[in-house]
Each structure stands twice: as C-alpha cells, then as structure tokens.
Design a protein around this ligand. Structure first.
Ligand SMILES: [Zn+2]
Ligand SMILES: [Zn+2]
Length: 170
C-alpha cells in the first residue's frame, strides 16, 4: 500500500519535499460496469509543504481507465490528469476541513486519496466516442456499426406518419 510516514519526513516550517511513489489502482465500478486502470500501478507525485497551521499535500498523477461504453457497451477508455490538494493539522478535530481523512496514525494514505481523486475527476459518462449512437432499442444492435438511416424495423404504423396519412387522405 502506498503511504507516506509523515513523522519520518521531519520537515521544518516552510519546508517542502517532493515524493514519488507508485499507486496501485483497484478496478472502479461505475453504473454497474467495471473499469480497470491500465496500467494498474501508476506513478504519483506528492508535494508535502509544512505551512503555518497545517501541512499541505498536493497530489498529481495520470491514469487511464478501460471498460465498456455506457451507451453501446463497446470498448471505451478515459485518460485523466488528476490534481488534488489536502490540508492536515494533527491538532484539528475530526470533521474539520483542516484534518485530512487520508491521514491515519501519522501516515498519508496515498492509495485511498488517489482513488477518490480519480473518481471525482471522471466524466459523468464514459463513452467509446462522444457521439456514440448507442444501441437500437428494438434489437439491441450497436448503431455505431450499422448505418442508422438504414437500420429500421417494421414496427407497424409509426405515430409520426399517421398524421401525414390523414393529411394525404383529405
Ligand atoms: Zn459507445
Ligand atoms: Zn435494431
């Protein structure tokens, strides 16, 4: 597990340290679908600055997630650059903004933080392409492969045309 032992850094006020570490990303489950990080282990940079009143942590990493398109279930992937900041004052009360949820027993849990930061940075929909046509509601076939104009089903009278038929009969 990627974690930083804060006591061992021995920072003095105003001092900063840059740490590089590998973060392991478990698959994400979104809308019932599974998205794997590829690669599952990514390098992350954490800048630790001992400021007045709190320690400032800045996280930066790049991640790529691969899984099904939320519209057509075809192959989709997202790449994102994640940047996140946490503040921590060991004397602040739990629930205080100055007390990071990712610091436990004097250790910054970078895995858990990276995971949440990625989840927050993801788009609402993960698609194979922004104009994915999705699946045909009648037969379930992907409309990306088929010519949507040519893809038709004989579903009897279409209510949109019945009005036109009435006009023609007049
Ligand atoms: Zn799609
Ligand atoms: Zn169809």
């Amino acid at each position: 597990m990627a974690a930083i032992d804060l006591r061992r850094l021995r920072l003095r006020p105003g001092e900063a340290r840059r740490l590089e570490l590998d973060v392991e990303l478990e698959p994400f489950v979104l809308g019932g679908q599974r998205y794997e990080a590829l690669p599952a282990t990514v390098p992350a940079t954490v800048d630790v600055t001992l400021a007045t009143g709190a320690t400032v942590f800045d996280l930066a990493l790049h991640a790529r997630l691969v899984g099904p398109c939320m519209r057509c279930l075809g192959h989709a992937e997202v790449e994102l650059d994640v940047g996140a900041r946490e503040l921590h004052d060991p004397d602040a009360r739990p629930g205080d903004d100055l007390r990071s949820d990712y610091v436990r027993d004097g250790r910054l849990e970078v895995d858990a933080w990276a995971r949440d930061a990625i989840a927050l940075g993801l788009p609402d929909q993960i698609l194979c392409r922004s104009d994915c046509a999705g699946l045909c509601p009648v037969c379930g076939e992907s409309l990306n492969d088929a010519d949507p104009e040519a893809h038709e089903h004989d579903t009897g009278s279409d209510p949109r045309w019945s009005k036109l038929d009435e006009l023609k009969q007049d």
